[in-house]
Design a protein around this ligand. Structure first.
Ligand code: FBP
Length: 604
């Protein structure tokens, strides 16, 4: 017998008139002003003690902090950046208050690269430091806007509407890199036309490298260029002087909330293994932090994979071992965290990706307008033997993912590679192999199971769900940490601009101890790398340090996390209440702090 469910539309016969008071409060949410956002707009931003004065923010001057950066590329960098290098001399600057601020300066600001939470507070920090006697200009659409001269004057009112708000929507952002002489000439024109004294570039490692290039090029025009460290990836860090970039805390808190919810679902539904890829580009900083916050069954760390030369098959075996071991104790669910850039770190893929990067440029005209399969065949023919073997062993859809266009910096767009699906599928296949031949367990996976457990495994129906969590975390409202951090980064950047200090990146450190403002010379961070016989300048990405305390702690706990469901669900980020001042766990561990609560300014 088939039972059909009758459905009906519930009708309000005695429809009440819409309440006008209710309507006006709902309408007030339009244009991004939810109740939550409205409350955030009212929240005060706290400057570090050193910037406080009776009338607005105190002016500051920059002085030698006695911290010196040793750059192994010193000679090459000095030759390429002679003007700014001769001023920087590798010295990190600290700040001291001074009575008066310069007047009449015009400072332009732009966002560059992917969005990160807190960008608007950087603008507020700059604006507050400039005060009424100077002018803040906004550049639309990143460095592209600088080339086009797409610039407008920013008002305090416009900024206040975005206080503590997420996103980069006020100015927009993009990934244009200023590299040609022609582009540089356009920028010089913009500087002259708008009488710009300083440009603040809010960006990641590539954008800050570009900031140094601009600082050198605009030196004669007396236009200072200043960087602000932004990226959710957490790969722009400088040991004790810049523990983290802004945006990382908010993104990892959002991801940790989502992962915590998924783990909670998995221990409730009792049937799925969830494979979750987390954004963060090459470095596994994001995955490490989310793992420390949520304690999943498995978390892959790309840097460890590279260090141990683990191949794709090794990793599949490791995950399968965890699945089998948990199955042996009656647990048929779990969560695997996968860093976005993991494939770049597997030795069998490194050569393939390098070869593909090269051939995709060389073969570009031939590949144009070809179908996916035609492209695959052309690439197979061009690849050297070892890379070809790996490429041909991949499922078709995954191989096609590897052929997508590179970004403007020539990077593989790892966010578009479906590694979470690849791992889920390969673990399923490996389990099927084991079910067909249980001796693999001992010979390949080195797992000993009782005959009874093997019997149960033979009827195990492995079910997986895959997720990619990334864009969800870049534009949320900044966590309390990021809100305060970004405001103060803006203040430092504003002060650097007023003082005409060119080629520096604003930094805040000592999060546990009131905060300390610093200015890092970009020429101390830039390294030269030989690529295709040419010197290329880069700020090296800060990857997960497998000798650092955060990684040590992670490895000391992960077996426990794999065995049992001792997970943690951190919930939404806190804005008010006792735990609003939590900073990233990996930062607290690596910096050697004694608490996970930060104190910046008066916030404690
Ligand atoms: P930035 O390094 O510019 O901050 O960008 C970070 C990031 O969010 C990465 O984690 C991710 O791989 C990439 O941007 C995605 O870029 P896009 O926004 O161009 O899709």
């Amino acid at each position: 017998m088939t039972v059909l469910l009758n459905t009906q539309t519930v009708r309000f016969q005695d429809k009440a008139p819409i309440n006008t008071t209710l309507v006006s409060s709902i309408k007030s949410f339009e244009y991004n002003q939810s109740l939550f956002e409205g409350a955030l707009r009212q929240d005060k931003l706290e400057p570090l003690e050193i910037f406080k004065s009776n009338s607005g923010l105190s002016g500051v001057s920059f002085q030698d902090s006695r911290i010196e950066l040793k750059n192994p590329s010193f000679n090459v960098v000095s030759d390429a950046f002679p003007r700014i290098s001769s001023i920087h001399k590798g010295k990190v600057l600290g700040v001291i208050p001074k009575a008066n601020k310069p007047k009449g300066k015009r400072v332009a600001v732009l966002f560059s690269g992917g969005p990160a939470a807190g960008g608007h507070n950087v603008l507020i920090g700059i604006c507050d430091m400039l005060g009424k006697d100077n002018t803040l200009l906004g550049v639309r659409s990143g460095q592209k806007g600088l080339i086009r001269g797409d610039i407008f004057e920013i008002s305090t009112e416009e900024l206040n509407e975005r206080r503590n708000g997420g996103g980069f929507d006020f100015l927009g952002t993009d990934r244009t890199k200023i590299k040609t002489i022609e582009q540089m000439a356009h920028v010089a024109n913009t500087v002259k036309q708008h009488k710009i004294d300083a440009i603040v570039i809010i960006g990641g490692d590539d954008s800050n490298t570009n900031a140094a290039v601009l600082a050198e090029a605009l030196f004669e025009l007396n236009c200072a260029v200043i960087g602000v460290p932004k990226t959710i990836d957490g790969d722009l860090q400088v040991s004790r002087i810049l523990p983290i970039s802004f945006g990382f805390d908010t993104a990892t808190k959002i991801y940790a909330e989502m992962v915590g919810n998924i783990i909670q679902d998995s221990v409730s539904s009792l049937k799925y293994w969830h494979f979750i890829k987390l954004m963060g580009r090459s470095a596994s900083q994001v995955t490490m932090e989310v793992a420390l916050q949520t304690m999943p069954a498995v978390a892959l760390i790309s840097e460890e994979i590279a260090k141990n030369h683990w191949s794709l098959n090794d990793i599949v075996d490791q995950i399968t071992s965890a699945v089998v071991a948990r199955h042996g104790t009656g647990v048929h669910h779990g969560v695997v965290l996968i860093p976005e850039g993991v494939i770049e770190f597997m030795p069998d893929f490194t050569g393939l990706i390098q070869a593909l990067n090269e051939y995709l440029v060389q073969l570009a005209p031939e590949l144009k307008n070809k179908s996916a399969e035609e492209k695959r065949q052309l690439v197979i023919k061009a690849l050297p033997k070892e890379a070809r073997i790996v490429f041909e062993s991949l499922p078709n859809e995954f191989a096609a993912d590897l052929l997508i266009d590179r970004d403007s910096h020539g990077n593989l767009q790892v966010s578009r590679i479906a590694t979470e699906q690849l791992f889920a599928r390969m673990v399923e296949e490996r389990l099927a192999e084991i079910q067909a031949d249980p001796s693999i367990l001992r010979t390949k996976l080195h797992v000993e199971l009782s005959p009874e457990a093997i019997g149960r495994l033979s009827v195990f129906n492995f079910a997986s769900q895959t997720h990619f969590i990334g864009y969800e975390g870049r534009c949320g409202a900044p966590s309390r940490f990021d809100a305060t951090f970004t405001y103060n980064l803006g203040i430092v950047a504003g002060a650097l601009a007023l003082e005409g200090k060119t080629g520096y990146m604003a930094a805040i450190t000592d999060f546990h101890n009131g905060g300390r403002a610093l200015a890092i010379p970009l020429t101390g961070l830039i390294r030269s790398e030989l690529r295709d016989g040419k010197d290329v300048f880069v700020i090296e990405k800060a990857l997960v340090d497998t000798d650092a305390p955060a990684f040590d702690y992670f490895t000391s706990r992960r077996e426990e996390w794999a065995k049992s469901d001792c997970f943690s669900s951190p919930g939404p980020r806190q804005y008010w209440g006792p735990h609003a001042n939590q900073m990233p766990i990996s930062v607290a561990l690596n910096q050697g702090y004694d608490s996970i609560y930060y104190s910046l300014g008066n916030s404690s």
